[in-house]
Design a binder for this molecule. Structure first.
Ligand code: GLC
Length: 461
């Protein structure tokens, strides 16, 4: 009897089944489960990014190798001399905690390829430098001891590995396809993919529970770029999820279209205009930002953001439902630059009194329109709304449309009552005030906090 299914379609069916099975290994979860898994992170709102590697010695950007087209041989001096004698991760952890940060993400390897951890798959690692100890191990222990969650940044890009093919971002990038072909002769991305997998597996096996992994980055568009096929992203991610089931993963593996291919999006060095969405649905997000214009330590760079700008970045992120990951680039001796220390301290002073408007908060419901020069955040659990006064008003603040919605108002930093009422039309001319508006009566002198916050206890409607 003739079989109903031809051998060819049988093979195709088998492949399809195999694919679905492989695909099914990217863990499925409901939106509620994802929200629950990420809850500590969305509540935390504020974390520290740390870009540290041998580029700290060049002290002129972590991309110095590419920008100056430095060869491996010329770059070797940074490896031979690497010895951050003042590195004290407990001090870092304390500074980060006192600034109000709840988690931290450190570069275990940046694009230069230098590993800050003791990997058995390379010699190009910190334990072979004069410093000789596993920095990542010391760091993880110190940060955990302060109660901070820990995350690993790992560069998918590698400018040192002999099998990593030269692409347009590489220090030895070329002009023509022919040149690329010559340069890449003998380089084998299969071997590099294996290396990636092995190293990420080490990082997620040898250091206990890791809360976040930050893989950086894909550039698939245009010529001589790299994307998910180059990294074997899907299988890499499956491994990550298997090794650390609760881990939170960023979105730079070039798996944006895959369900479960990422957990949050990562707008870098700019403010989003509104809560980012995909297909009309709001998605988790975290903006990463520098204190000044570089991620790695850059001695001569001077565009440092002010305390007010930095607090503005944090509050504005929360007001749009997002997180802020603020970067420090430690020096090659292992210290935070004094300017970074100053700003962390300043932010910590503000956070000490005002963090209630940050932790566990999110975008305010639409029924509360934002007053001019203010940012609103909202805590859905306590049903309190926070008005951040970016430009301190003159005696009064009108909250349009808030009539009947507020039970009590106070400054957050000192819990002092703020009296409020309805507009009184008979006293003097009031511009466009309606019964549904309220006026807060503020002291003339701005309270002694960079951005004063008003806490509104909302009525339970
Ligand atoms: C970019 C840069 C890199 C930095 C990262 C932080 O991808 O290549 O230097 O580590 O952004 O988001």
């Amino acid at each position: 009897m003739k079989s109903l299914i031809s051998p060819k379609s049988l093979i195709l069916m088998l492949i399809a089944i195999l694919n679905t099975n492989l695909y099914a290994q990217l863990p499925k979860e409901t939106p509620e489960q994802k929200t629950e898994r990420m809850k500590w992170w969305t509540d935390a709102r504020f974390g520290m990014f740390i870009h540290w590697g041998s580029y700290a010695q060049a002290a002129r950007h972590e991309w110095v190798k590419k920008y100056e087209r430095i060869t491996n041989e010329q770059y070797q001096k940074y490896f031979d001399l690497f010895n951050p004698d003042m590195f004290n991760p407990s001090e870092w952890a304390k500074m980060s905690k006192e600034a109000g940060m709840k988690y931290a993400v450190i570069t275990t390897k940046h694009h230069e390829g230098f590993c800050m951890f003791d990997s058995k798959y390379t010699d190009y690692k910190v334990t072979n430098t004069p410093y000789s100890k596993d920095i990542i191990k010391e760091w993880v222990e110190a940060f955990r001891a302060e109660g901070l969650k820990v995350g690993f940044y790992y560069s998918l890009i590698d400018w040192h590995h002999p099998d990593y093919t030269i692409d347009r971002n590489h220090p030895q990038s070329a002009k023509t396809s022919d040149e690329y072909a010559i340069l890449n002769k003998g380089r084998d991305m299969n071997k590099y993919r294996k290396y990636l997998k092995n190293q990420i597996s080490e990082l997620l096996t040898n250091y206990g529970k890791i809360d976040i992994i930050w893989l950086d980055y894909s550039f698939p568009s245009g010529e001589h770029g790299k994307g998910h096929d180059d990294w074997d992203s899907e299988n890499l991610l499956k491994m990550v999820r298997e090794l650390q089931p609760g881990i939170i993963v960023n979105d730079r593996l070039d798996l944006k279209d895959k369900e479960g291919g990422w957990d949050f999006t990562t707008p870098e060095q700019y403010k989003v205009s509104k809560w980012p969405e995909i297909n009309g649905k709001r998605i988790p997000w975290e903006t990463c930002q520098t204190f000044s214009g570089s991620w790695g330590y850059y001695r001569d760079e001077a565009t440092w953001k002010s305390e007010k700008q930095l607090l503005g970045l944090l509050i504005e992120s929360v007001s749009k439902g997002g997180n802020l990951l603020l970067n420090v680039g430690p020096t090659a001796r292992g210290n935070f630059d004094f300017r970074a220390q100053d700003r962390l301290e300043d932010m910590g002073k503000w956070m000490k009194f005002n963090s209630r408007s940050v932790y566990g908060c999110t975008q305010a419901p639409d029924k509360f329109p934002k007053p001019d020069n203010c940012l609103l955040t909202y805590n859905p659990e306590s049903n309190r709304l926070y008005v951040h006064l970016l430009d301190y008003p003159m005696g009064r603040l009108t909250l349009k449309g808030f009539g009947g919605k507020v039970r009590y108002a106070q400054f957050l930093h000192d819990a002092s009552e703020i009296k409020f009422g309805k507009p009184r039309y008979n006293v003097t001319y009031q511009e466009s005030l309606k019964d549904k508006d309220i006026i807060l009566m503020l002291p003339v002198v701005k309270p002694d906090t960079e951005i004063p916050v008003i806490e509104l206890f909302l009525s339970n409607e």
